[in-house]
Design a protein around this ligand. Structure first.
Ligand code: FSO
Ligand code: SF4
Length: 541
């Protein structure tokens, strides 16, 4: 196997024996093959569109779900990945017959699955592209598209689609098979991926707010009650809504975990009396926290850590997620899922063990921050707020990520952190206080709500009458882990944000030449020690 799509890749180079995430070589091979056939079907849909023919929403959704399935920590179940390959091959055969000009199609579009899949997988993985710069850009684009697929899927389950996003996604995916594209062509495509990243996040923002209202300042309980509970992890708000509906009157409480925390900020979820609070921290602490939760856990999206036997029978998956031996709750877009098995399971469990008490505050998506705009602008003008620091992105298990906690603690008291994604767990329980009533950590929501941070920045630029977003007093110090952070990064680059610091390490999939392009054109940089960075950003030593 060879995989280097996430920040935790072995030796900062690539996982070759087994994934640091727990992905085994046989699963990695089927993921490679799934990406390959998904690129193949995307080449066909792209050709069909060029011939003026329609592509159905069903095919668009199949493509996004396939990519989502291959995101880090989403699906470890070889059988479910194989069944997605089979379904894709079946649809591909049907679509292939509708293409008039077959000569434009790459081999992946025509591959019918009639040979040994393991052997085929060995020839189509990351390393099948020999030129390291082309490989780097192809993977950068593919990972961005994986992130975009995840965000599209979350909008799709709320019955929002954007044909332009799907058409681009498929065109770009197909382009990663095109040997005639140069490094320059692929750099341009990378930037275009960022553009559609903005569209995808905007679509999801609209889908979420149309469905559940505008996020508002909210205090979220981090303690527990005495009823048995279900813990909901991942990002899928529609799954959470269905579960909350189905648990009414059952005596079972519902808690959020990790990236589901921001659900509490939406008005629509506040009406459920059994929606208790948030339990635990970011994804990587789940082994201890799922154990002490005592009840069933529903993983609606990444990030699964291979479960301990002690709670494996309590772990349920749905959507793109899968783990062998864990019960998967089916349900397509627009269908009601039946969570009765989880609810009945919960009734037999004891209440969660308390691991924390108190509250955390969040809900600072763009509408809420803009509602406070006068206060924020006043604080900036008076000098009470000197700088904003965007610390969005991911958390992870590397010790080096303690940097983010220490960085947050060391920040001057006249700075405000803007955050989104699970990176927040590195500092959202620190007593960082407020500035004139404005909390020093403003949490916009999930990683996709990084869109909100961009909207806020663009609004501030307008209010202060600036020509360039980079003239704002904003520092970008972003942590990444998996591929959704890649689309967030590309979206920020597309919006013209420069000098983003990316840590704890730069992606292994950036070849030296591609990294150089990002450094020279966008000022992308890594991180230093907290002391070095305090000096660099604030002149503190
Ligand atoms: Fe991922 Fe990062 Fe959103 Fe976390 S981008 S790792 S679980 O922030 O959440 O999906
Ligand atoms: Fe390694 Fe990350 Fe790939 Fe898992 S997803 S195999 S940890 S690079």
């Amino acid at each position: 196997m060879f995989c280097y799509q996430c920040q935790e890749t072995a030796g900062c180079k690539g996982c070759t024996m087994s994934g640091v995430c727990g992905k085994k070589p046989d699963v990695a091979a089927m993921q490679d093959l799934l990406v390959y056939v998904t690129k193949g079907i995307s080449a066909i849909t792209t050709a069909l569109r060029q011939e003026g023919k329609q592509v159905s929403a069903k095919i668009n959704h199949l493509i996004t779900l396939n990519l989502f399935t291959t995101i880090t920590n989403a699906n470890f179940d070889k059988e479910s990945i194989e069944s997605r390959i089979r379904a894709t091959l079946t649809e591909k055969e049907v679509l292939l017959k509708q293409v008039t000009n077959l000569t434009v199609l790459p081999e992946a579009a025509k591959w019918n699955g009639a040979e040994n899949w393991e052997e085929k997988a060995r020839t189509v993985g990351v390393l099948s592209t020999e030129n390291e710069d082309i490989r780097s850009l192809r993977e950068l684009i593919t990972y961005g598209l994986k992130g975009l697929s995840a965000y599209s899927k979350h909008a799709n389950v709320l019955l929002k689609d954007n044909d332009e996003v799907d058409a681009f996604l498929q065109k770009a995916l197909a382009a990663t098979l095109n040997d005639s594209l140069s490094v320059e062509d692929l750099i341009a495509l990378t930037m275009e991926t960022g553009k559609y990243g903005v569209s995808g996040m905007a679509m999801l923002d609209k889908a979420n707010t149309d469905s559940y209202g505008t996020p508002e300042i909210t205090k979220v309980n981090i303690g527990v009650r005495k009823n048995p509970g279900i813990l909901v992890s991942g990002h899928d708000l529609r799954d959470l809504e269905m579960l909350l509906e189905q648990t009414q009157g059952t005596g079972v409480d519902v808690y959020t975990h990790s990236e589901m925390l921001p659900a509490h900020y939406y008005p629509a979820f506040k009406k459920y009396p059994n929606f208790v609070g948030n339990y635990g921290n970011a994804w990587w602490k789940q082994k201890e926290e799922f154990e002490s939760f005592n009840g069933p856990i529903l993983m609606t999206t990444n990030c699964i850590v291979p479960p301990k036997d002690s709670y494996k029978n309590r772990l349920y998956t749905t959507g793109a997620v899968g783990y062998p031996g864990c019960t998967h709750i089916p349900g397509e877009i627009g269908e009601q899922k039946n969570f009765s098995a989880i609810i009945e399971h919960a009734k037999k469990c004891v209440a969660p063990s308390e691991i924390e008490t108190g509250e955390i505050i969040g809900g600072f998506a763009h509408a809420q921050v803009l509602a406070l705009a006068d206060k924020v602008v006043e604080a900036v003008k008076s000098g009470a707020i000197k700088k904003f620091v965007v610390m969005a992105g991911c958390d992870g298990r590397a010790k080096s990520r303690d940097y983010y906690t220490e960085f947050a603690k060391a920040l001057p008291k006249d700075t405000v952190i803007l955050t989104a994604g699970c990176a927040k767990y590195k500092y959202n329980k620190l007593p960082l206080g407020d500035i004139n009533g404005i909390p020093r950590v403003l949490d916009a929501g999930q990683c996709n709500d990084s869109y909100s941070l961009a909207v806020i920045a663009l609004k501030l630029k307008e209010v202060f009458g600036l020509d360039d977003i980079n003239d704002l007093p904003i520092i970008y110090n972003i942590a990444w882990y998996e591929q959704k952070a890649v689309i967030v990064l590309l979206a920020l680059l597309y919006l013209g944000v420069k000098n983003i610091h990316l840590g704890p390490t730069l992606p292994a999939f950036l070849s030296p030449n591609v990294a150089k392009v990002l450094i020279e054109n966008f000022g992308i940089a890594g991180i230093g020690t907290v002391e070095e960075d305090m000096e660099k950003f604030f002149g503190i030593n």
